[in-house]
Design a protein around this ligand. Structure first.
Ligand SMILES: [Zn+2]
Ligand SMILES: [Zn+2]
Length: 299
């Protein structure tokens, strides 16, 4: 994950703290996990002055380490919100985690860490349990974008920076200048920001499946790290509305048509069924424990 000696030794030094943190999240001790993460942040910050004159790569790695801490912190927030039935909030934490995960993956240059792959697959499947298939996308008119590094127009040739790239530990991005009126609000399937969603109440029927997950967590039938993947299938069940009638009788559904021309074949209905497949990582390999297994701190 890291190339500079300093960062490698710092990351290794923090190794047991990271593992401890993941274990705390897995045991639903979110507050303690937060405390641990803050301690880690303090250790990183205390090194800051040492790094101010460092090479670009080192500063970029400091950025990576900070995003890694952010990732664990938002990951903890997902499961905390789900456990507390704050389902709308859990969606936002999920999107934050996805953002942090992607920047960590991008900067770590494909150095595959088992934990990152595990989290990515888990979050992609967790996302499918949310009732958001439609997102709002806003069209905004902007005059120009100021480069966050040099202050010039990021799309002009005077600015030498590329959006999304790191420069001495800072990401270059465009700051919208002279924001005009909202052009249009569209409803799209693949938006730029998945946080713009149709809002549902946390206790609404749309969150039925997620509430089931809340139940699994609070009754200790499932732990965050054991949520492995989803299995979708079609099942049939008896239609509760169905009434067997003489073929020429008026149909029970109120359509006014004859039974034989209407609901005669609707005795059973198909519905979507989702299985949550769990996996106990702890039991798969002896010693170490699941968290240590996922987070392989290279020696
Ligand atoms: Zn620039
Ligand atoms: Zn009918």
């Amino acid at each position: 994950m890291f190339i500079s000696e300093q960062l490698i030794s710092l990351f290794q030094g923090l190794g047991s703290d990271f593992i401890n943190c993941i274990k705390l999240i897995d045991s639903l001790c979110f507050e303690q996990a937060g405390t641990e993460l803050n301690k880690i942040r303090t250790v990183i910050d205390s090194q800051n002055t040492k790094w101010s004159n460092e090479r670009d790569e080192v500063l970029n790695e400091v950025y990576l380490l900070n995003r890694f801490v952010d990732l664990l912190s938002s990951y903890s927030a997902i499961w905390m919100n789900i456990a507390e039935s704050k389902l709308t909030n859990s969606w936002n934490s999920l999107q934050d985690s996805m953002d942090h995960l992607r920047s960590v993956k991008k900067i770590s240059n494909g150095t595959e860490m088992r934990l990152l792959d595990f989290l990515e697959n888990q979050l992609i499947d967790l996302e499918k349990l949310y009732p958001y298939n439609m997102f709002f996308s806003m069209g905004v008119k902007v005059d120009w974008f100021e480069c966050s590094i040099c202050g010039k127009d990021i799309d002009s040739i005077e600015c030498e920076h590329t959006k999304g790239e790191l420069y001495r530990g800072k990401v270059a991005y465009g700051i919208a200048k002279n924001i005009g009126y909202v052009d249009h609000v569209g409803i799209v399937k693949y938006p730029a920001d998945k946080r713009c969603v149709v809002q549902y109440d946390d206790d609404g029927p749309q969150f039925e499946v997620l509430r089931y997950v809340t139940g699994l967590l609070t009754s200790q039938k499932m732990r965050p790290l054991s949520f492995h993947h989803l299995h979708f299938s079609q099942r049939t069940k008896k239609n509760p509305e169905f009434k067997k009638l003489p073929r020429n009788a008026v149909c029970f559904c109120g359509s006014g048509r004859k039974f034989k021309k209407c609901c005669i074949s609707k005795e059973f209905v198909e519905f979507d069924h989702i299985d949550i497949v769990t996996r106990e990582i702890d039991k798969e390999e002896d010693g170490g424990g699941g968290a240590a297994l996922l987070l392989q701190i290279d020696e």
